[in-house]
Write a protein that binds this ligand. Structure first.
Ligand SMILES: Nc1ncnc2c1ncn2[C@@H]1O[C@H](COP(=O)(O)OP(=O)(O)OP(=O)(O)O)[C@@H](O)[C@H]1O
Ligand SMILES: [Mg+2]
Length: 385
């Protein structure tokens, strides 16, 4: 174990509850000398909605294209519905795909766009007509079938692209940043629509996104990727509450990082001595303790809270930012400088405790909310000793 959380997110390692429909095993993809994917393995359950989430260039699209057969992997296997599809060309696979850019045929009407894949499959004309009308209705564009792509909005074009992908009733829907090109409001709206449609149809879906809100709100499970490897697979709650690696802890949501070293079973951060929940590593190990702003408790904020709360730390308020629904406090402590400890609080608490810049206050870092990540360089070094 190197960069993995000391407290292992065991739940995240459980297989999906549904029978696996798509199985990716040890897939590696090289572009000449460059390794874009390295030993990627994952399972997508039947009817599941899975998101590939990660920063730009981490290999999300490459993995999706390997699953589609658009860019065959250098090694590893891919199975869909029990069939080994590793070497099949796209046209012999069973998927529908939607890209970020609408990619509709500009010279065809919406009806003709949706019908395109069906006519290619030599479906009888009356059946095509019926299916196209059904899909137009499904994506809420019943009245627009006669229009051309340029005559409808971006959000509507993505609905048509989705209808076209769904038309032949594929076993798998692949979506590569389908909402990224849309403005924020349309994106939020389509997010809900897409999610509802997916669960109504029960079609197994893989969506690539670099937007964590999108992934956390839409996916049954999230695959967090970083430079060609899978860092964690888990439900949105698992990923948020128990990030398995320091990368995931940093990438998802806001997090405070406190650099420390293990001393007598506690984490020593400068003069601070912190107790951690479970799984404190061996004496002398260098690590980073992580805690979310909403888990930093302000002493006195809740008069009913346990007065003897552990891990109490004296800090000085540096900034108070009102962010509408909550207040962000930036707190100074000698052991953390130049970094500041960020805490999330409410306007009531700030008012009641008269929290203003310059004021010394006390906070508590609850042991069960602290996650520990061993420092990578030293963990590797230690294994040589
Ligand atoms: N055809 C190619 N030839 C060479 N390198 C490639 C090729 N396609 C992708 N790459 C490289 O592989 C890495 C992964 O690319 P990929 O497109 O999968 O990233 P991504 O996670 O989808 O990023 P983004 O969020 O920016 O779309 C990148 O470093 C990219 O430059
Ligand atoms: Mg991409």
């Amino acid at each position: 174990m190197t960069e993995h959380a000391v407290e292992l997110a065991l739940a995240a390692l459980e297989p999906p509850a549904r029978p696996p429909y798509l199985v990716v095993e040890n897939v590696t993809k090289r572009f000449n000398d460059f390794v874009a994917l390295q030993g990627v393995s994952l399972e997508v359950g039947e009817g599941e909605f899975v998101c590939f989430l990660g920063p730009s260039g981490c290999g999300k699209t490459t993995l999706l294209r390997a699953i589609a057969g658009l860019d065959i992997q250098s090694s590893g296997t891919i199975r869909q519905g029990g069939r080994d599809i590793s070497a099949l060309p796209p046209e012999e696979r069973d998927f529908g795909i939607v890209f970020q850019s609408y990619a509709l045929f500009p010279n065809l009407t919406l009806r003709q766009n949706i019908a395109f894949g069906l006519e290619n499959r030599r479906m009888p004309r009356p059946a095509v007509t019926a299916r196209v009308e059904e899909l137009l209705e499904l994506v809420g564009l019943k009245e627009h079938g006669h229009k051309y792509p340029s005559q409808i909005s971006g959000g509507q074009q993505q609905r048509v692209a989705l209808a076209r992908a769904l038309a032949p009733s594929p076993g798998l829907i692949l979506l590569d940043e389908p909402l990224s090109a849309l403005d924020a409001k349309v994106r939020l709206h389509l997010r809900n629509e897409l999610k509802q449609l997916q669960s109504r149809l029960g079609v197994t879906t893989v969506m690539v996104t670099h937007d964590q809100d999108e992934a956390l709100s839409m996916a049954d499970r999230v695959v967090v990727m970083n430079v060609g490897v899978v860092e964690q697979v888990g439900t949105p709650a698992e990923i948020y509450n128990a990030p398995a690696t320091r990368f995931v802890a940093d990438f998802i949501g806001a997090m405070n990082f406190l650099p420390g070293v293990v001393h007598s079973g506690e984490v020593q951060v400068g003069e601070m001595r912190l107790r951690a929940g479970r799984g404190v590593p061996a004496e002398g190990i260098h690590l980073t303790a992580a805690i979310r702003p909403e888990d930093v408790r302000i002493i006195g904020a809740d008069p009913h809270a346990d007065w003897e709360s552990t891990n109490r730390v004296g800090v000085v308020v540096e900034h108070v930012e009102f962010l509408g629904s909550h207040v962000r406090l930036s707190l100074g402590h000698p052991a953390l400088r130049p970094a500041l400890l960020v805490a999330q609080s409410s306007q009531e608490v700030v008012r009641a405790l008269q929290i203003v810049p310059g004021k010394p206050i006390e906070v508590s870092l609850p042991p069960e909310r602290l996650r520990l990540y061993e420092d990578k360089a030293q963990a590797t070094g230690a294994s040589h000793v």
